[in-house]
Design a protein around this ligand. Structure first.
Ligand SMILES: [Zn+2]
Length: 162
């Protein structure tokens, strides 16, 4: 159990970085894209940030986490980094997490999409799901307005007309 102060501190630290990931998601939304954002943190500092670029860059693989890692550049070691994402990372992004040796992932939610939590945990990654209403709402609103874009993003586009 955490003391109240520890819980507050933990909460405050998480909020700062998750808030930055949410800001990235909102930026993506303003660009007409899918509202998923991500930041990479080392020693309490953001060293990379990004958001889903499917629409903006016409790329099926530039998910928020991949865009974030690409923007962070060649940082060398990843074992002391924490990856934040507004949505639980999918297998593509979880693969990058495992491949690069990121040890901790903090997700805004996993209600919209369960992602690859078990895959990451099976490879020794600590995964925390903040289960934030704000992140769920972003995706709910988006999927209601653009269902086809979302299903395209997760590789589950149904045949035309369905
Ligand atoms: Zn992904």
């Amino acid at each position: 159990m955490f003391t109240r102060n520890e819980r507050l501190l933990k909460h405050t630290l998480m909020d700062e970085f998750m808030a930055a990931a949410i800001a990235e998601a909102e930026q993506g939304l303003r660009e007409g894209g899918i509202p998923i954002g991500s930041v990479l943190v080392r020693n309490g500092q953001i060293i990379g940030r990004g958001h889903n670029q499917r629409v903006q860059r016409g790329s099926p693989i530039l998910h928020a986490e991949i865009d974030c890692l690409a923007n962070a550049g060649r940082i060398g070691r990843y074992e002391d980094t924490v990856l934040y994402s507004t949505l639980m990372p999918c297998y593509l992004c979880a693969g990058a997490v495992v491949q690069f040796g990121i040890k901790k992932v903090i997700a805004g939610e996993s209600q919209t999409f369960p992602g690859a939590r078990e895959f990451m945990e099976a490879h020794g990654v600590e995964v925390i799901d903040l289960n934030l209403e704000q992140c769920q709402q972003l995706m709910r609103d988006f999927i209601t307005q653009h269902p086809q874009l979302w299903f395209e993003d997760i590789g589950q586009l149904t045949p035309e007309g369905e």
